[in-house]
Design a protein around this ligand. Structure first.
Ligand SMILES: Cc1cc2nc3c(=O)[nH]c(=O)nc-3n(C[C@H](O)[C@H](O)[C@H](O)COP(=O)(O)OP(=O)(O)OC[C@H]3O[C@@H](n4cnc5c(N)ncnc54)[C@H](O)[C@@H]3O)c2cc1C
Length: 491
């Protein structure tokens, strides 16, 4: 019988959220074991945000060069994927090697264990034949994996997920993208700009269906301008693959063919793998429900995509800060009585860290541990134009029975939009609660839509009164000045 090793905290899954929690708790002096079965850092640096944004940066440079005609001369553009593939290997992923990240955690004093971990009763985690008993608790940051729809024949084919799309060294001549959400659209536009014949197939009646309908139209128009074919309302029924490539058939007899098929139809948390049944947690849901301090149950926290609160790196990092504050608060309270770890030096460091947080008011006693609040959750789809959004859409606000007011302005009618020659698709849309006199949602679409969004995030987050927003000074001629026009339209 293996003797459990006593530690303070076990973090299962060192993706964006888990790595942050494990690193910060270690720095605070706790004895932390971090368990990762794949690469420390998770999806974002190796197959998600970072390499995909490198691809987008390159594709946008091509598109921008193609815009020189008529503005300042002529440019001949010859796309070449090789520098993109090289940069992803050399700068983003170290050729999918996480040694630097592992060493960073070890240098902080963390104990790193490579392997698949599983809860094995209260406070206990098993990784292979190692068992750890966590005094303070377990943090789950186990993320999600691509969810593949139950389409006949699909699983027997060599379809791509985001991982293969990021790792590709030679582009196919044609690509079918199953799924018209943010990731599908971003990748579709990239590959189209590099000369791939791209077709997007989406089951719902519009792409980017979680955002405003105007955003869906903008995204579809921009991709079509890049030569992407978009088919909405198509339910995939069957996929076949042979030497010539893929054939996707829809339930209404539609047929699409391409050399490659990329499946980006959402992601799924694999809760059944985590041993949560041994601590009485129900795993029948799609995600792991958490309270506003990210507790799953007593002494188990969860962060990131596995919580289902929004599949974004900034959500994982935000939640990680709350978990760190909560664990340190619990640690300080335990240390206030008996020494919970039995190692005074370890406790001393952590108590010091927790106490200084309390003194600055950013954490401290349970009452002041920050609570998660997703009202002003920002989301950016990094197509060109960028589609930034925060808070509620107009429809979501109406469904909640809010007295909604909408303000809208098109970017080309702003001075900066006109100078820039933005495509017709850019706009600002504001959703206000007329009774409260504040913004509860906003969308910003344009060449810098994600950046323009920041002012709107502040407005929603801090519930800045509309009267104050109207009396602000907006620099001329910026893209964000269009917000003042949309505010005028509100009234
Ligand atoms: C193509 C793409 C583009 C994206 N672009 C953006 C973007 O621009 N902006 C943005 O904010 N977000 C973006 N995202 C989303 C972002 O990558 C995720 O929100 C983020 O990675 C979530 O972090 P996480 O820590 O929850 O999970 P993950 O990053 O998925 O990490 C979870 C880790 O847990 C490990 N693990 C799981 N189970 C176990 C176990 N039992 N034992 C040990 N280890 C385990 C996994 O191996 C993994 O490394 C993108 C995602 C994709 C796919």
């Amino acid at each position: 019988m293996v003797q459990p090793e006593l530690v303070d905290v076990v973090v299962l899954g060192l993706g964006v959220g888990g790595e942050e929690v494990a690193g910060r708790l270690t720095e605070a002096g706790l004895a932390v074991v971090g368990v990762e079965r794949d690469l420390v850092g998770g999806e974002c640096p190796y197959w998600g945000c970072i390499p995909s944004k490198m691809m987008i940066r390159a594709a946008n440079a091509l598109a921008e060069a193609r815009r020189v005609d008529g503005l300042g001369g002529t440019v001949q553009v010859t796309p070449d994927w090789a520098p993109v593939a090289r940069r992803i290997r050399a700068e983003a992923t170290d050729n999918w090697d996480d040694q630097v990240a592992v060493q960073r955690f070890i240098d902080k004093g963390g104990r790193f264990v490579r392997g698949s971990g599983r809860i094995d009763g209260p406070g206990r985690v098993r990784v292979g034949d190692q068992i750890f008993q966590a005094r303070h608790g377990i943090v789950l940051g186990t993320g999600t994996r691509p969810s593949v729809p139950p389409v006949d024949g699909l699983t027997e084919t060599p379809y791509w997920t985001n991982r293969a799309a990021v790792e590709v060294e030679e582009l196919p001549a044609s690509l079918l993208v199953l799924g018209g959400g943010a990731i599908g659209l971003e990748l579709a536009q990239v590959f189209a700009r590099f000369g791939v014949r791209v077709t997007v197939v989406e089951a719902l009646d519009r792409v980017l269906a979680v955002e405003e309908p105007e955003s869906s139209e903008a995204a579809a128009a921009a991709l079509r301008a890049d030569g992407v074919e978009i088919h909405t309302g198509v339910k995939a029924a069957r996929v076949e693959h042979d030497a010539a490539g893929f054939t996707l058939r829809g339930t209404e007899g539609e047929e699409f063919t391409a050399e490659r098929l990329l499946v980006v139809t959402g992601r799924r948390a694999h809760l059944e793998e985590l041993g949560l049944d041994t601590v009485g947690v129900d795993t029948s849901g799609r995600y792991l429900p958490v309270d506003d301090r990210l507790h799953v149950t007593d002494r188990i926290w969860a962060v990131g995509d596995v919580t289902g609160e929004g599949a974004f790196t900034h959500i994982a990092m935000y939640q990680a800060s709350i978990v760190v504050a909560d664990v340190l608060d619990q640690h300080r309270r335990a240390a206030g009585g008996a020494d919970p770890s039995g190692t005074a030096s370890v406790v001393g460091g952590a108590v010091g860290a927790a106490s200084s947080l309390a003194a600055t008011g950013s954490s401290g006693s349970a009452g002041s541990v920050p609570r998660a609040d997703y009202r002003a959750l920002p989301r950016v789809t990094f197509t060109d134009p960028e589609i930034g959004a925060v808070g509620l859409t107009e429809q979501q606000a109406r469904e909640r029975g809010i007295n909604v007011q909408v303000g809208f302005t098109r970017l080309p009618s702003s001075t900066r939009g006109w100078i820039h020659r933005t495509d017709e698709v850019g706009f600002i849309k504001l959703v206000a609660d007329a009774d409260q006199g504040v913004l509860i949602g906003a969308t910003s679409v344009g060449p810098a839509g994600g950046e323009v969004l920041s002012g709107l995030v502040v407005a929603v987050h801090a519930a800045v009164p509309l009267t104050q927003l109207r009396h602000m000074i907006y620099a001329y001629p910026t893209f964000h000045r269009a917000i003042s026009e949309a505010l005028r339209d509100l009234s």
